[in-house]
Ligand binder design. Structure first.
Ligand SMILES: Nc1ncnc2c1ncn2[C@@H]1O[C@H](COP(=O)(O)OP(=O)(O)O)[C@@H](O)[C@H]1O
Ligand SMILES: [Mg+2]
Length: 249
């Protein structure tokens, strides 16, 4: 394993249903993802994308095989241990944002800090960190807004700030633009590109070729196996909306 591998999986297999009807959702998958990569996972419905993301995100365990996350073998951890890894090391971005509704943007972003390695941060230090994360996504002027007072794109920015606040080794995004109109989706993808440019490691599931085009590497699953794993030939890092608009013309 090279030092910069964030993810090493070896012969990773997930079988659902141990009774008569078994589904081999992942079938001896091998995959290495290095620090700073921006990877899109694609594939038809039922190909194993969610299963892979759940295991990479320490939400579920494989049936067999190895998963090494940032140098640590997490293959055999129990639920409690996985939860600790998940809370400390991984930032999640969901299609439906998953924000607490009656809670300000700032408090939503503070939440992961309550479970973090920095559990000894004072309230003021937590607020300061959350504010920095909200500034990074361009929402410094919306910290007191509740989710229903924000647009979809703004809600997803809050979710991105929440994913960033713990300085995760890995950001997992599941259809991050799935609920957004085209323009807001482009804003979110521009922001993700910026994070990538700044060094974040990002793995994103999408079924949308235009969204996958933002990634530098595209992996396609089929029947629980990697069908193709290619660098994205058209990839060029974009860091401003103007560049995105330009590229579309
Ligand atoms: N909890 C489960 N129990 C049984 N089978 C499951 C479960 N979750 C997923 N599967 C099956 O595993 C396969 C892969 O599913 P999934 O990872 O959700 O694919 P994708 O996200 O690419 O649509 C499918 O055949 C699906 O029906
Ligand atoms: Mg799925």
């Amino acid at each position: 394993m090279t030092i910069e591998a964030i993810i090493e999986i070896r012969e990773l297999t997930k079988v659902y249903g141990m009774g008569e009807v078994q589904v081999r959702a992942l079938d001896e998958v091998n995959l290495t993802i290095r620090k700073g990569e921006f990877v899109a996972i694609m594939g038809p419905s039922g190909s194993g994308k969610s299963t892979l993301m759940n295991i990479l995100g320490c939400l579920d365990r494989s049936t067999s095989g190895k998963y090494i996350l940032a140098g640590e073998d997490v293959s055999d951890l129990d639920k409690t241990q996985l939860a600790i890894i998940r809370n400390q090391r991984i930032g999640f971005i969901f299609q439906s944002y998953n924000l607490l509704p009656q809670t300000s943007a700032l408090e939503n972003v503070i939440l992961p800090l309550l479970y973090s390695r920095n559990g000894d941060l004072s309230d003021a230090e937590q607020a300061e960190k959350a504010l920095i994360a909200l500034e990074a996504v361009g929402l410094a002027d919306r910290v007191d807004h509740k989710p229903q007072e924000l647009s979809g794109g703004q809600m997803q920015r809050v979710a991105i700030a929440r994913a960033l606040v713990n300085d995760p080794v890995l950001i997992l995004a599941d259809e991050p633009t799935g609920n957004l109109d085209t323009r807001s989706g482009e804003e979110i993808m521009t922001l993700m590109s910026e994070l990538h440019t700044q060094g974040s490691t990002i793995i994103m599931v999408t079924h949308d070729d235009d969204i996958a085009a933002y990634a530098e590497r595209i992996i396609r699953l089929r029947d629980g196996q990697i069908e193709t794993d290619e660098q994205n030939g058209g990839y060029s890092p974009r860091t401003t909306l103007e560049e995105v608009d330009h590229a579309r013309q």
